[in-house]
Design a binder for this molecule. Structure first.
Ligand code: AMP
Ligand code: GLY
Length: 423
């Protein structure tokens, strides 16, 4: 079948890499893609929010399946848009509809869902400009630090964690009354701070059945030792070393199964990936957030560990027959290290030629903010290249990735030399 992947990051290159391995895949397209997807697929020149262009491409290239990488088109209802078009309504869309995507698109929707189905999460209240006084009283009743979350999508920036109550009230005022995060902060979730260690769990679901995919831990801060500003992700390892079988059983019993059951009870159709952002407090798992897509950089570490034919799995999702499938996970562990532009996540320059990618062996090179221009691969974003390696242990995988990085260079290239430092 012909497959279209939407997105342009390392996650989408990792999807393309896996889908390309499938014997079921005839022609593979990525829109808009990057210099990496260009090598294994046909890049199409439109963005993920150009719904009409997407529909045209589905018709023109006889696309049978669309895999939606990032959250914005999901939350904007791309899945519904495609199925509402008579000519192409048979197209398989991997990614939930607009309603289900509210699990990521509205923090309040997600919290209500979690509470309705008794899934462990931080206690919270949601406020708007109208009841900001109640929000102040709520803050006064809480033990610091205070967690403030813009209800809507805010490109990963909408969460503030603040120690001082007055500062928390000021920030809340900025969010609710002065549109600090635009429309996304018209409504704000104020919640209890959970002190623990974070991990990312992933499932693929057809809405009734689900399959566990490998779990991962990502490294969000720019600086070594987890210091400095937050980024889109500087690296990831899979599996997280502290994830025991016992703990994973708890995650399934208390979080994953109740989530799938909750979707069915609420009559929410869901076909695609669910990303559980979890926090382990002592020995108990809590949900920090749902994402309605795979993670980035987690995908670059997780997808290469799936030995099964990913396209076959996705096809059975569309048929509601995921229960007939088996997901075989590689025993090898994986580690991904991101090469980023100097200055990122603040100001940085683009258009730097990237050298040495062809010298890498023993690792997978996933392109992210990288483009092909005049015969050269050049930087085109903050997070540029993800290097993934597999090994008997995460440690071995990390050593391989760091060895591979020695071959690669571009002006002002930066990366964290300590991914997995806390193992
Ligand atoms: P989110 O956008 O919901 O993933 O939040 C961004 C980050 O804020 C998370 O990855 C956590 O590190 C942190 N965070 C969010 N909610 C909480 C919480 N209730 N307690 C502690 N940390 C949190
Ligand atoms: N790695 C976090 C995310 O994809 O949102």
């Amino acid at each position: 079948m012909n497959v279209l992947i939407l997105g342009s990051g390392g996650r989408e290159h990792a999807f393309a890499y896996k889908i390309k391995q499938s014997t079921l895949c005839k022609n593979l397209y990525v829109a808009p893609g990057n210099s990496g997807t260009r090598e294994i697929a046909t890049n199409l020149q439109f963005q993920v929010n150009q719904f009409e262009d997407i529909v045209e491409a589905i018709k023109k290239f006889e696309i049978k399946m669309v895999i939606i990488g990032p959250e914005v088109p999901l939350v904007n209802g791309l899945s519904d848009y495609i199925s509402a078009n008579d000519e192409i309504k048979e197209t398989i869309v991997i990614g939930p509809n607009k309603h289900a995507s509210q699990l990521e698109g509205s923090k309040d929707f997600a919290k209500e869902f979690l509470n309705r189905h008794n899934i462990p999460t931080a206690s919270h209240k949601t406020f708007t400009a109208e009841n900001i006084k109640d929000a102040f009283s709520y803050i006064d009743s809480m033990i610091p630090p205070y967690v403030l979350k813009a209800d809507g999508l805010a490109a990963g920036k909408g969460v503030l964690i603040i120690d001082n109550p007055n500062e928390a009230k000021n920030e809340l005022t900025e969010m609710l009354l002065n549109s600090k995060f635009g429309d996304a902060s018209k409504s704000v979730v104020v919640e209890e701070f959970l002190d623990g260690i974070e991990l990312s769990c992933f499932v693929l679901t057809d809405g009734k059945n689900y399959k566990l995919l490998p779990s991962a831990k990502d490294y969000k801060r720019i600086g070594e030792g987890d210091t400095g500003l937050n980024t889109g992700g500087m690296g990831a390892i899979s599996p997280p070393p502290f994830l025991t079988k016992d703990f994973m059983r708890k995650v399934e019993k208390k979080i994953i199964q109740p989530t799938i059951d909750g979707l069915m009870k609420d009559k929410i159709t869901y076909k695609g990936f669910i990303f559980f952002g979890l926090i382990k407090v002592k020995e108990e798992p809590y949900v920090i957030e749902y994402n309605v897509r795979m993670g980035d950089p987690e995908s670059e570490a997780v997808l290469p560990r799936i030995k099964s034919d990913l396209l076959e799995l996705l096809y059975s999702v569309s048929k509601g027959q995921l229960n007939h499938q088996e997901v075989i996970i590689d025993n090898k562990e994986s580690a991904t290290v991101f090469l980023v532009s100097g200055g990122y996540p603040e100001q940085y320059e683009k258009n730097k030629e990237i050298f040495g990618l062809d010298k890498v062996s023993g690792s997978i090179v996933f392109h992210a903010g990288a483009k092909y221009e005049e015969g050269k691969v050049k930087t085109n974003g903050g997070r540029v290249i993800a290097i993934t390696s597999m090994g008997a242990t995460v440690k071995e995988a990390l050593d391989k990735s760091y060895n591979s990085i020695k071959n690669i260079s571009f002006e002002k290239m930066n990366y964290r030399g300590d991914i997995g430092f806390d193992l």
